[in-house]
Design a binder for this molecule. Structure first.
Ligand SMILES: [Zn+2]
Length: 328
């Protein structure tokens, strides 16, 4: 009898908590897109927490419970969530599975034969395709709110299109020879192809591979040949190797880019839109910046040196103006 009353209470409690259908995105940027389109009609959740690496994520029993309770699951595919198939099987979920990259021509992975590059969301243009797939899934599940989902999608799509245009303009401002982007892992191929940047990375399209000495030598060569001014770390990846490459080549760390996760709610990349704009403006300012001390991060210990050097040069410039003022 005790168990039966517990069961009744449990079902009742769940019916209150789970009033809204649950929509789960594997990664934070997909959940954010979904929130923009779903409005108040879905309880939108994320599997991989903010700041975690989805390539190497290890699902928890709570994730299985979440998927079991979910009505819709949004997944990227293209080898992004290698752990998802097993998690779905273990969870016993009956949720509708939505492939967000449906309709996008995938880029072949350079590093791995017969593999695709999963990072299609890195352009706002592809983001629109992701959102169209989300909107279609919401309309199919909940046709009563069709007009609302369509309107939310249209307004979000227009914002993403404006962001797409802005990023194109920003990247065009970088002198053509300096449009070389060096990152921790190969997450920017879609970005580079669409917006016109040449890409090099320490790791391949996944973060699971080991770093080879040949990778480091290749990057050193690219940096020297192209007079690259900055390399970029990523929010989900240990920056140790890139810091070393930056030090070895006396180039600066251009800032932290976001690829596989949004930042937390207070960060510069709290939403998908902010993430896209932050990446573009960081790349623009670092690749066009001739003033090294602005881009070097203080934790390298190089900031005081370049700071003092900068002050010394500036003082010399002022002094020379005064001293040689009458020599012409
Ligand atoms: Zn990645």
């Amino acid at each position: 009898m005790k168990f039966k009353s517990f069961l009744i209470w449990f079902v009742f409690a769940n019916s209150i908590i789970a009033q809204k259908p649950i929509l789960v995105g594997t990664a934070s940027m997909f959940a954010d897109m979904a929130r923009n389109i779903a409005g108040d009609h879905f309880d939108v959740r994320t599997i991989v927490p903010i700041g975690y690496d989805p390539h190497t994520y290890e699902p928890t029993p709570n994730d299985a419970q979440l998927l079991y309770n979910a009505q819709i699951i949004l997944k990227n595919e293209l080898t992004f969530e290698g752990w998802l198939t097993e998690l779905i099987t273990n969870s016993g979920t009956k949720a509708k599975m939505i492939t967000l990259t449906k309709g996008i021509e995938p880029i072949r992975s350079k590093a791995f034969h017969n593999a695709t590059d999963p990072h299609a969301w890195m352009t706002a243009q592809n983001g629109v395709v992701y959102c169209e797939n989300i909107k279609n899934a919401l309309v199919e599940y909940d046709p009563a709110h069709r007009a609302e989902y369509e309107a939310n999608y249209e307004s979000y799509k227009n914002k993403l299109k404006a962001i797409d245009t802005k990023i194109k303009e920003e990247i065009q401002k970088i002198p053509e020879k300096q449009r070389v982007l060096i990152t921790s892992h190969d997450a920017f191929q879609y970005f580079g192809r669409h917006y016109g940047l040449h890409l090099e990375s320490v790791l391949g399209t996944s973060t699971e591979a080991d770093i080879m000495v040949s990778d480091i030598l290749r990057l050193n060569k690219v940096i020297n040949e192209n007079n690259v001014k900055a390399v970029f770390i990523e929010s989900t990846i240990n920056p140790k190797i890139l810091n070393q490459i930056a030090t070895d080549n006396a180039v600066s760390i251009g800032g932290s880019l976001f690829a596989d996760s949004l930042g937390d709610s207070l960060s510069v990349a709290a939403t998908y839109e902010k993430m896209l704009l932050h990446n573009a403006s960081t790349i623009l300012s670092s690749l066009t910046n001739n003033n090294l001390n602005k881009a070097v991060t203080p934790q390298n210990g190089q900031f005081p040196f370049f700071g003092i050097l900068g002050i010394a040069l500036f003082s010399w410039w002022i002094l020379s103006k005064i001293l040689f003022k009458n020599s012409n």
